[in-house]
Write a protein that binds this ligand. Structure first.
Ligand SMILES: [Zn+2]
Ligand SMILES: [Zn+2]
Length: 129
């Protein structure tokens, strides 16, 4: 029975991440998961997030300040607003030639690169005027 409960909990965590398209923090996911299963502990949610990211079912995005989770698992770049902390996807394609250049320059076998652009989002710019 414990196994069934574990699987169910993992599915709830996965569903919550996939319902969000705004790169939620683990804490935001925990709050939403609790609405669906009030007995689930914070540790269980965090553990399941880690497991799902390891299995490549969700993406763990390391953003300064707080780790975020992403329903999108394809390689893509992120933008983070240094004012409000919003994290969004960049609508530019992943550039594999950068990986090739780094391989040539360093001899590394490059698997991928992760890039985060930092700046001020349009909404925050409006508030500054
Ligand atoms: Zn902002
Ligand atoms: Zn993303």
């Amino acid at each position: 029975m414990k196994q069934v409960r574990n699987t169910k909990q993992r599915q709830i965590v996965l569903n919550v991440v996939q319902e969000h398209h705004d790169h939620p923090t683990a804490e935001q996911i925990f709050i939403d998961v609790r609405e669906k299963d009030e007995k689930i502990s914070r540790g269980t949610v965090y553990r399941n997030l880690h497991h799902l990211a390891q299995k490549n079912e969700i993406l763990h995005v390391r953003i300064p300040g707080a780790d975020r989770y992403d329903w999108r698992i394809d390689l893509h770049y992120h933008l983070v607003c240094t004012k409000c902390g919003e994290v969004s996807d960049l609508a530019l394609p992943y550039n594999p030639s950068l990986d090739d250049k780094v391989e040539e320059a360093t001899g590394y076998k490059v698997e991928r690169h992760r890039t985060i652009f930092e700046g001020i989002c349009p909404a925050c710019q409006d508030k500054m005027d």
